[in-house]
Ligand binder design. Sequence first.
Ligand code: C5P
Length: 220
Amino acid sequence: QASSELAGLKVLISAGPTREPLDPVRYITNRSSGKMGYALAEAAINMGADVTLVSGPVQLAAPAQARLIQVETAAQMYAAVLAEADSHAIYIGAAAVADYSPVPAPEKLKKHAGASTLVLHKTQDILAAVAALTPPPFTVGFAAETENLTEYALGKLQDKKLAMIAANWVGKAEGGFDRDQNALQVFWPTGQKALAMTDKSLLAQQLLSLIAEHFYNTMP
Ligand code: C5P
């Protein structure tokens, strides 16, 4: 349902996986479908926001009213998000950004007898870079974990200096990557809230309501 909780606010959302080329025909990626980020974009528009969606390659249609910026690699996503972040009030990093990337070979890699070793370089942390801007937008991250959910999420909230982090289990039977439903444990510096397993569209509304409430509470 429509509400006006985000009326007049510019919200930047990153979504989907990134794709890191190995050579002109191969790449490394992950299981992110982009569903959570796209659901957030849709819900934010319904709540009155002006939405910019920076998206990795996904099989989803972007909401018609979103300004869509399509990217492929983590480096391209970094450049696109950092070019937009300071003109937005809120940044939600819902993309599954590759943590490591190969230096792509200019020509198709050939096979040899025996094993092969891949050298990977660390990508830049987009979320931490946005949260380090002065002043930062209200910066919200995601933490997809297979173990120690609370500990890892709180660590990321502190280390990346986020306003809020939404943690979810992945690699379980329900929820997480490439599913229609999810559950979130949301943390901010002084509190937390559990959002129970439900469709990502409803979950997106609930998370954005929480973000709106805290955004207005922390405004100087
Ligand atoms: O540290 P970790 O990758 O688990 O943190 C997840 C959060 O950080 C997500 O919100 C993700 O979008 C963001 N992230 C990022 N840039 C990276 C890696 C992760 O923005 N290079």
